[in-house]
Design a protein around this ligand. Structure first.
Ligand code: BES
Ligand code: MN
Ligand code: ZN
Length: 494
């Protein structure tokens, strides 16, 4: 898909389809008004008959109503005038672009962000416009036979009212493209079935990325090296599986060698059966998404590389399957993590924290400035926050504020959940330094406190994306979250 920015007379832009908005009270934004005039009051007429799309994100596609300049008109409801913000913009734009699927329209210009003023705002609306368009046009095809059925527009323009901020719009498009590329990669990896997307597959994805980019270097650790490092927690999770374990490291050098790196750690459980503590069958297929933390950080690496950001960034992905079997870990087994701390595995389904704790310990060698781990870690986080907010847990108030802010700016929001000794106490064990699980209540915070035992002295935050990384139901599929939040945070660190 191609994107471009346009300034100038809204009614004078040549396109197959002009996408224009209508407020819920029937008022027209300036760009829509201009097009109304160019069509000799077409929208006035529709309003007279009560035919304007006044409901938010409702679409009416009118092919062939334009003149020689724009051929068709797509009217979209913007909702209440006073409440039309970035979030509603994204919903309306996505609905409009989906309406065009299969319509035969090859290029379109959106006027839905035309009213926005100022360099920063124009940058943001254009950037999120691109991210939204790529998201709306995303289609998973890898393991389906045949070709895509619905043709999508190949060129999408974003109209702006202030020509003097053209460069901000262009920058927004460039950034949007890079971020969307990262999101699409994260979605592809998430959507792939576990028999394709294995730890080795994730490793190959990382290695192929490193081959293409000079500033990127890959290092893949296999079972022998992982044993040598003493990653007993990761090995305990993988021991029931035939599929070989990997620790995937990507290093991006965008700044001076002495500039401390930011480290991203992503949970890469390519399938989580629960192990001997087997999960119930309903929706178990969705546990192929248990590597979405890995997908999110791989996608973020891709975006950062394409943005060519002036930072040093390192990714560490511990990746394996969590399977039952005669060789699998039993509840009650005590293992020794890379840190030397012993862990009683009370529940083999609390495997994410086990693979992450060794990855966090491993990451210490990079002397990170900041370390963020991203994981589909707990069902409790899904219960607490649903699919809207990711959970953030950290001891560092400033880091929490920065991440929450980044999420807000990127429309990829998060909410802070507690990290507190009270949860920590519940992990006590009679047979090891502590256990890997405790009661159901407060599960997201208990898991975070478990990880907190391996991150003393580090500037660290844990991001639980169990509710946000994929959608269930008819729209089942990976979302590409939290790539946007992470990239926004990294942009703010430049
Ligand atoms: N991958 C799951 C978390 C999960 C569950 C994500 C449902 C999305 C939807 C994780 O490995 C897990 O099984 N967690 C357990 C922990 C419990 C056994 C302490 C959970 O949340 O139930
Ligand atoms: Mn599990
Ligand atoms: Zn899991």
């Amino acid at each position: 898909m191609e994107f471009f920015a346009r300034s100038g007379n809204p009614a004078g832009q040549r396109t197959d389809c002009a996408i224009v908005g209508v407020y819920s009270n029937g008022d027209l934004p300036a760009a829509t008004q201009a097009i109304n005039q160019a069509t000799h009051g077409l929208l006035d007429q529709l309003r007279k008959h009560g035919d304007l799309p006044t409901k938010a994100a409702r679409c009416i596609w009118l092919p062939g109503v334009g003149d020689t300049v724009f051929r068709g008109l797509l009217l979209v409801g913007l909702g209440d005038k006073g409440k039309y913000d970035l979030s509603q913009y994204r919903k309306s734009l996505a609905a409009a672009l989906r309406t065009l699927h299969g319509s035969g329209v090859r290029n379109a210009i959106s006027y839905l962000g035309h009213h926005v003023e100022g360099s920063e705002e124009i940058y943001r609306w254009t950037r999120l416009g691109v991210e939204t368009a790529v998201d709306a046009n995303y289609e998973y095809r890898t393991t389906k036979s045949g070709k895509s059925t619905a043709r999508r527009p190949a060129k999408i323009g974003f109209a702006i009212s202030q020509g003097k901020h053209r460069r901000s719009a262009d920058k927004g498009i460039r950034h949007g493209r890079c971020i969307a590329a990262g999101q699409s990669l994260a979605r592809d990896l998430g959507n792939l079935p576990a028999n394709v997307c294995t730890p080795s597959y994730l490793a190959k994805t990382a290695r192929d990325m490193a081959k293409k980019h000079k500033k990127l270097q890959a290092e893949i650790l296999g079972p022998a090296q992982i044993k040598k490092l003493g990653m007993g927690a990761l090995l305990a999770v993988t021991q029931g599986a035939k599929e070989p374990v990997r620790v995937i490291v990507l290093k991006y050098r965008g700044a001076a060698a002495d500039s401390k790196p930011i480290v991203l750690v992503g949970k890469g459980v390519t399938f989580d059966t629960g192990g001997v503590c087997l999960k119930p069958p309903p929706a178990m297929d969705e546990m192929k998404f248990d590597m979405c933390g890995a997908a999110g950080v791989i996608g973020t690496m891709r975006a950062v590389v394409e943005l060519d950001l002036p930072i040093n960034l390192i990714m560490v992905v511990p990746s394996c399957e969590n399977m039952p079997g005669s060789n699998a870990t039993r509840p009650g087994d005590v293992i020794t993590s890379m840190s030397g701390k012993t862990i009683e595995i009370l529940n083999t389904d609390a495997e994410g924290r086990l693979i992450l704790c060794d990855a966090l310990t491993y990451a210490r060698r990079f002397k990170p400035d900041t370390i963020l781990d991203v994981a589909t870690l707990t069902g409790a986080c899904v219960v607490a926050l649903g699919g809207t907010f990711s959970g953030i847990m950290t001891r560092d108030d400033k880091l929490a504020a920065e991440l929450l802010d980044a999420g807000r700016r990127a429309c990829d929001r998060a909410w802070r959940l507690p990290l507190d000794e009270e949860y920590d106490r519940q992990l006590r064990s009679n047979f090891a330094d502590f256990a890997n699980s405790a009661g159901r209540e407060g599960g997201a915070s208990i898991a975070a406190n478990f990880l907190g035992r391996f991150t003393e002295g580090l500037r660290w935050a844990h991001i639980d994306i169990a509710g946000t990384a994929w959608k269930t139901g008819k729209a089942k599929g990976a979302t590409g979250r939290p790539v946007a939040m992470l990239v926004e945070y990294l942009l703010s660190r430049c």
